[in-house]
Write a protein that binds this ligand. Structure first.
Ligand code: UGA
Length: 443
C-alpha cells in the first residue's frame, strides 16, 4: 500500500452542499465505522441496531468494540448531533436517502455466507422507503446479493448499489477516510454516482462497475491476501529447511512492484472475522458454479497446516526442556495486534492444541478477553506470564512484546526458549543473555 493521505478536514465538507440523510443498519465493526465516518464527512447519520444494551453503551459514548480512534470520533459526532443511535429501524429509514446494510453475514453450515440477517431486515423495510432511496450493500455479501436485495425490496423506485468495505480491524477509521480505492457496483449509473458523491472530498481511485463485479472484488481481494500470507508462511517453512532467512527473502521480494511490499510478514497463520469466513464462502460459491478455486482451497489447508506446525514446534520445544510439567507462557490471544478480536485467532487454535498435552499454560493479552470456550490461566501482565516459564511463545504482534528486555526476560524465565511466531525480537540481543529465540525460517 502506498503512503497514506492525511485524513479529511472539516472545512472541506462545509463547502460541499451535498450532505445527505443516511441510515446505517447494524452497528458492528463495519456499521459503526461506516456510520461514524460518514457523519465525519458531514452527513446526517442514524445508526440502527436491535441490541438495546449496545445502543445504551453507544448513547453514553462507550463502544462495544475496540477500534483505534473510533470512540473519540463517535463522542465528537454525537455532540454535533450528526450521529445518532436508535433501535427504531422504521423511523430511521423513513427519512433516509441512503440505507447502508452493515449486517452480519457469518459462515453458514455449508460454507456459504448466512444471509438471514440481511433478508430479514430487507423484507421489513420493503415498501417503506422513500422514492429514490439507495440501499447500499456495505458488509461482505455473496455475489448476486445486490440482485437478491433488489428483488426482495421489489420497488422500482429504489436502487441497490454494492459498495464493499475494505476496513482492517485496528485501522478501520483510517482505512475509511483514506481508502486505497472505493468500489461501487451499480446497475444504474445515477445511483452509482450518488453513492460516489457521498465520498466527495476523499482522494482515492473510484472503481465503478456492475454489482456482481463489485461483490467479486471484495472476495477476490481477501482471498488473494490470504493466499499471499499462506505462501509467505510456506516460504518460511522452506527457508527453515534450507537455511535461508525468510525475512531477508521477503525483503528481496518486496522491491518487485509486481509482488508488492506489504502482507509479506510470516506469522502463526491468518485468522480473524474476515479471511476465514470469506475464503470459505468464495470456495463454496466457486464450487456451486462449477469453477472451483483450488488455489484458495489450498491456501485454507496450508493455513491450518501452518497453525498445526506452529503448535507442534511449541510442543517439541516444551518437551525438549526435559521438565516434567513445563510451564508455557503464551503472549497474545487476539488474531492480530490493535484489536481485541479473538474470532478465528490462530493463537486460540494453538493454545487448544497445546492443552491436549500440557497443563501448565498461562496467557497474557493486553486487550483481548479470554473467549468463553477457552479455559486457561490468565496473567495480568506479560511479566507475570513469563515468571518461571520454561518456554514463552509470542502469538500476537503487540508492540509491548517487541519491547521485551532480554535481561528482564532472563531474570523472569526458568527456561531459555522464546518462540517468536511474529518475528518481533532481535535474536542476537537475546542470545547474549543465554535466551534462544526461535523464529521459523530464520537461522
Ligand atoms: C481484512 C482485510 O485486510 C481488509 O481489507 C478487509 O476489509 C477485512 O479483512 C474485511 O473483510 O472486513 P482484517 O481481518 O482486519 O482485514 O485483518 P488483516 O489485517 O488483513 O489480517 C488478517 C490476518 O492476516 C491476521 O491474522 C494477520 O495476523 C495476518 N497477517 C497479515 C499476517 O500473518 N502477515 C501479514 O503480513 C499480514
Amino acid at each position: 500500500m502506498g503512503a497514506k493521505k492525511p485524513a479529511l478536514k472539516w472545512g472541506k465538507w462545509f463547502m460541499n452542499s451535498s450532505l445527505h440523510k443516511i441510515a446505517v443498519l447494524g452497528t458492528g465493526y463495519v456499521g459503526l465505522t461506516t456510520g461514524t465516518c460518514l457523519a465525519h464527512l458531514g452527513h446526517q447519520v442514524v445508526c440502527v441496531d436491535n441490541d438495546l444494551k449496545k445502543l445504551e453503551m453507544l448513547d453514553s459514548g462507550i463502544l462495544p468494540i475496540f477500534e483505534n480512534g473510533l470512540p473519540e470520533l463517535v463522542r465528537e459526532l454525537k455532540l454535533t448531533g450528526r450521529l445518532t443511535f436508535t433501535s427504531n429501524m422504521m423511523e430511521a429509514i423513513s427519512a433516509a436517502e441512503f440505507v447502508f446494510l452493515c449486517l452480519p453475514t457469518p459462515q453458514g453450515h455449508d460454507g456459504f455466507a448466512d444471509l438471514s440477517a440481511i433478508t430479514s431486515v430487507v423484507k421489513q423495510i420493503s415498501g417503506k422507503l422513500l422514492p429514490n432511496t439507495i440501499v447500499v450493500n456495505k458488509s461482505t455479501v455473496p455475489v448476486n446479493s445486490a440482485f437478491l436485495v433488489r428483488d426482495l425490496l421489489n420497488d422500482s423506485r429504489v436502487h441497490v448499489v454494492s459498495n464493499p468495505e475494505f476496513l482492517r480491524e485496528g485501522s478501520a477509521v483510517n482505512d475509511f477516510l483514506n481508502p486505497d480505492r472505493i468500489v461501487i457496483g451499480s446497475e444504474n449509473q445515477i445511483a452509482g454516482e450518488r453513492v460516489a458523491g457521498l465520498y466527495l472530498g476523499i482522494r482515492s481511485p473510484v472503481v465503478v462497475t456492475d454489482p456482481v463485479s463489485a461483490e467479486s472484488i471484495k472476495y477476490m481481494a481477501n482471498a488473494f491476501l490470504a493466499l499471499k500470507i499462506s505462501f509467505v508462511n510456506q516460504a518460511a517453512s522452506f527457508c527453515d529447511a534450507v537455511g535461508a532467512d525468510v525475512l531477508e527473502v521477503m525483503r528481496g521480494l518486496s522491491f518487485d512492484p509486481r509482488i508488492g511490499g506489504t502482507f509479506l510478514t510470516p506469522g502463526p497463520g491468518w485468522g480473524g472475522s474476515c479471511f476465514p469466513k470469506d475464503t470459505e464462502a468464495l470456495v463454496a460459491m466457486a464450487k456451486s458454479v462449477d469453477r472451483p478455486m483450488s488455489l484458495v482451497e489450498e491456501a485454507i489447508v496450508a493455513n491450518q497446516n501452518h497453525i498445526n506446525a506452529v503448535a507442534k514446534l511449541i510442543r517439541s520445544e516444551a518437551k525438549a526442556t526435559g521438565v516434567s510439567n513445563p510451564r508455557i507462557a503464551l503472549l497474545g490471544l487476539s488474531f492480530k495486534a490493535e484489536t481485541d478480536d479473538t474470532r478465528c485467532s490462530p493463537a486460540i487454535d494453538i493454545i487448544k492444541n497445546l492443552q491436549s498435552e500440557f497443563e501448565n499454560l498461562i496467557v497474557f493479552d493486553p486487550l483481548a478477553i479470554t473467549p468463553i470456550e477457552l479455559e486457561i490461566n490468565r496473567a495480568k501482565t506479560q511479566e507475570e506470564a513469563m515468571k518461571g516459564a520454561d518456554v514463552t511463545a509470542i502469538l500476537t504482534e503487540w508492540s509491548a512484546f517487541k519491547r521485551l528486555e532480554p535481561s528482564s526476560v532472563r531474570s523472569l524465565m526458568r527456561g531459555n526458549v522464546i518462540i517468536d511466531t511474529r518475528y518481533l525480537l532481535e535474536s542476537e540481543q537475546f542470545s547474549r543473555h543465554n535466551l534462544h529465540v526461535v523464529q521459523i525460517g530464520r537461522k
